[in-house]
Ligand binder design. Structure first.
Ligand code: ZN
Ligand code: ZN
Length: 212
C-alpha cells in the first residue's frame, strides 16, 4: 500500500510528492525546494513519519522541479533518476534559475537514466516509467498500476496540458503522448500533476479542452 504527501515548493508552486509504502522507504518526486526552509518542511515530515528516503525521481529537468535536488541528495545521500533527454536541463538548471532571479545549488549528485517502461523500485513497490515527450523531450510520468496512481509532472494538468513554447517543447508530440500513453490508462487513475490540484484520467478524458 502506497501513501503520498504533496508539498508545493518555490514561487512556481511545483508539486513535490513524497511517496512511501509499508516498509517506510520513500521516493521524492520533483524536489523543487528553493531553500533550507522548504527543505526543512520535507525533513520534518520524513522524521515525523519515520520515513527513509531512497531515491529522487524527476519528471523532467526544468529548474523549478529540480531546484532542491542537491539539497535533498546531500541530506539523505540520494541519487536522482531522470530521462537522458532532460539531463542537460537539470545540469544547467542553476543557470536558468539565476536568469529568472532564483538561486539554486548546482546538481552534482549522481543522476541515473530512466527510459520508457523502466521500473523504479522502493520498499516492496514497483513504479513504471512512461516516457511522455512534448513538454520537454525527456518528460516522464511515474505510474503505479496497482493503486491507479500517476505522477505526471508538467505533461497533464487538471483542465490543461503542459506548455510547449519552451526549448524542447512540441505540441503535437505532447498531445500524442497524452492520448496514447495516459488516456489509455484506467479512467479511475488519479493523476498528480507538477502544478495545481490532482485530477483523474477519466475526468480529463471527458472535460479537458485540449483533448477534445
Ligand atoms: Zn516544466
Ligand atoms: Zn513546472
Amino acid at each position: 500500500m502506497v501513501n503520498y504527501k504533496c508539498f508545493y515548493f518555490n514561487e512556481l508552486r511545483v508539486g513535490c510528492y513524497l511517496i512511501w509504502d509499508d516498509t517506510r522507504e520513500c521516493v521524492i518526486v520533483d524536489p523543487g525546494c528553493k531553500d533550507d526552509n522548504e527543505l526543512g518542511r520535507l525533513e520534518k515530515f520524513v522524521e515525523e513519519n519515520s520515513l527513509t528516503p531512497v531515491k529522487i525521481l524527476l519528471t523532467h529537468g526544468h529548474f523549478d522541479h529540480v531546484m532542491g535536488v542537491q539539497g535533498v541528495a546531500d541530506k539523505w545521500d540520494l541519487k536522482a533518476y531522470i530521462h537522458p533527454s532532460d539531463r542537460n536541463f537539470a545540469l544547467s538548471a542553476h543557470e536558468s534559475c539565476s536568469y529568472f532571479g532564483f538561486n539554486m545549488k548546482p546538481i552534482t549528485c549522481e543522476m541515473l537514466n530512466i527510459s520508457d517502461n523502466s521500473t523504479i523500485e522502493f520498499g516492496t513497490t514497483k513504479f513504471k516509467v512512461l516516457h511522455t515527450p512534448g513538454h520537454t523531450q525527456g518528460s516522464v510520468c511515474f505510474h503505479y498500476k496497482k493503486q491507479k496512481l500517476l505522477f505526471c509532472g508538467d505533461t497533464l494538468f487538471a483542465g490543461s496540458i503542459g506548455r510547449t513554447d519552451l526549448p524542447g517543447g512540441n505540441y503535437d508530440q505532447l498531445i500524442e503522448s497524452i492520448t496514447q500513453k495516459l488516456l489509455s490508462l484506467d479512467s479511475a487513475t488519479r493523476a498528480m500533476p507538477g502544478h495545481g490540484p490532482e485530477t483523474t484520467i477519466g475526468y480529463e478524458y471527458s472535460t479537458n479542452p485540449f483533448l477534445g
